[in-house]
Ligand binder design. Sequence first.
Ligand SMILES: Cc1ncc(COP(=O)(O)O)c(C=O)c1O
Length: 377
Amino acid sequence: MPTQTNRRDWLKQNSLAALALGFALPSMANEEGLLRSFGAAEGFINLGSNENPYGISPKAKEALLGMLTEAHRYQFNVASLQGFTKQLSSYYQVGADQVLITAGSGDSLQMLARHFSKGNLVTAAPTFATLPNTAKKIGTKVIEIPLTVDKIHDLPAMLRAINSETQLVYICNPANPSSTIIPPGVLENFCIEASKKAMVVIDEAYIDFLNTPDNRSMIGLTHQNPNIIVVRTFSKIHAMAGLRVGFIAGHPTTINLLDENYFRNSQITVSNLTMAAAAASMKDEAHRESCKQKNAAARQYTFTALKEMNIKCIPSYTNFLFFPLGKYPGDFAQDMFKKNVILRSNNYADGKWARVSVGTMDEMKQFIGIMKADWKA
Ligand SMILES: Cc1ncc(COP(=O)(O)O)c(C=O)c1O
């Protein structure tokens, strides 16, 4: 084990090796294989995982501490938690039989990939990799439809790609890593059409960063349609990435089917501490609004500063920015890592791109300072 003094170098060496592994993966949105057990204490600015830098709601913190006295109990034996599914369902205006709680949404996505593994999967490229990569690992054919030049989902092409073997269609809206959105009316029509042929999964991890009217969830479609599923997480606007809670919203028949096959088990994986925090966080609208405003300000600052350097970010609707690296000569993420900034970069068919999470204003100012000192393209 490293001593305190050489801990930072040790972390760097190991992390660079891990990053090398990570970048061999098809999408930088895939978090697997990356060693990231470091942070501000080691002097890094971590802009690699689209976390919310403002921390959990003070109400969630209080609820977590309050639940410590029940830490020896299973969550189903804690009276105050028996209403959590109901709280979720009333907030999102669906029946309690339309919600399944999971350990983060990554848990949902992996299980959906395993459940719908008989035919092929239609999705975008690039997209958030957990579901497509799980599908690939278990042998499901993945049909990847490139984003348009503006890095938006090409829905007509995706519809055309659905064939008689397609079991699942996965769309991340807002999209990761590209940070773009599909207007709700357009996405709704797509869901209705595609769901005539396959199960459609809409991943709304970043939807809470959107303003009206773009922030309309597809959850409403699940009342009537057993072929539409929405996946949500508490990791982003609620800042609860380390606590691990998310959920699936779907038609009661679909939820029951999934519950029978996998999910009763998975619900046991969400701790009573986590659920107490999530329940309290849902009641703290002001904290979410404050995170959203601060994110928008830091995002605008970064977008403008990069533009002044002639780096044209894709207009972002999320808590991260996606930008082309042009003729950048080396491995951008590794070079930035050596300067203590963690972000992602990857080679795509149309060139090299980077994704940087929006941290605090102070972090983004430091990031821009480093960019200005070293930008090579
Ligand atoms: C689009 C998208 N979906 C799902 C997840 C998984 O998040 P979690 O498992 O923390 O809920 C992420 C994480 O970054 C994401 O970007």
